[in-house]
Design a protein around this ligand. Structure first.
Ligand code: MN
Length: 242
């Protein structure tokens, strides 16, 4: 059986010039489903629903990708929103927290990407920088202005981590984030950092979770290591789901 990989989605307002009304569409960048497809999994999009549907939805998948997108509500880590925070979608926060909670309870592996990494950290009780300007030691450009196929900054991978086994020495990644982990959540391990000490990857071995701050789905063609993160999720899904 091919592993079914659930992919969290967002919503976007669509207004066609020829129509008077607008509507809300469920969407995710196609790169995510293509990466899962390429990695040998069956992509399965999960629209934002009521939290109580998360349990049954997660029953139908073998692994979960928590995707990038909006900033998390800072109330989830007990802060008020500062001026620098971006757009927030509370419905998405709540539903993805419920998906993550169910994935952990049901023993389904998780890959977090960008916002997904931040959400996992907050789930485990950690905090975020609402904007990287809050820490003046963070000096590198983490919101690159070049396409995602180009890796722009280095990462240093921690020894004896799952990430080290998967990436085998990848040292450059792309970067599209203005937030990052501040305090690490309890039970999580840092698996990579940038040269200015931003946490770029985390893992929770006991809960079968791996997450990266960069966007491997945007560099499948240009960086052979990128697909390995998705292949690893599909492999973990096979191990747990079948
Ligand atoms: Mn970065």
């Amino acid at each position: 059986m091919t592993a079914i990989i659930g992919i969290s989605t967002s919503t976007i307002t669509i207004k066609r010039p020829e129509e008077v009304t607008s509507f809300q569409a469920n969407y995710t960048p196609r790169d995510f489903s293509q990466a899962i497809e390429r990695a040998g999994g069956l992509p399965f999009l999960l629209p934002i629903c009521q939290e109580d549907l998360a349990k049954d939805l997660v029953r139908h998948i073998d692994g979960l990708v928590l995707t990038g997108g909006h900033d998390l509500s800072p109330h989830l880590y007990k802060q008020e929103p500062r001026q620098s925070i971006g757009e927030i979608l509370p419905d998405r926060d709540q539903f993805e927290m419920a998906l993550l909670s169910q994935a952990i309870k049901q023993g389904k592996p998780v890959l977090g990407i960008c916002r997904g990494l931040q959400l996992i950290n907050v789930y485990y009780g950690g905090t975020l920088y609402q904007d990287l300007s809050e820490n003046e030691q963070i000096v590198l450009q983490h919101n690159q202005r070049t396409p995602g196929k180009h890796a722009t900054h280095q990462i240093l991978i921690e020894a004896n981590t799952r990430l080290e086994q998967i990436l085998e020495g990848q040292t450059m990644v792309n970067s599209f984030h203005h937030q990052a982990i501040n305090q690490l959540g309890q039970g999580l391990q840092v698996s990579a950092r940038s040269n200015d000490q931003v946490i770029e990857a985390i893992e929770a071995e006991s809960d079968n979770i791996l997450a990266v701050q960069w966007h491997p789905e945007l560099s499948i063609e240009s960086n052979p290591a990128s697909i390995k993160l998705f292949e690893d999720l599909v492999n973990r899904a096979h191990a747990y789901g079948h």
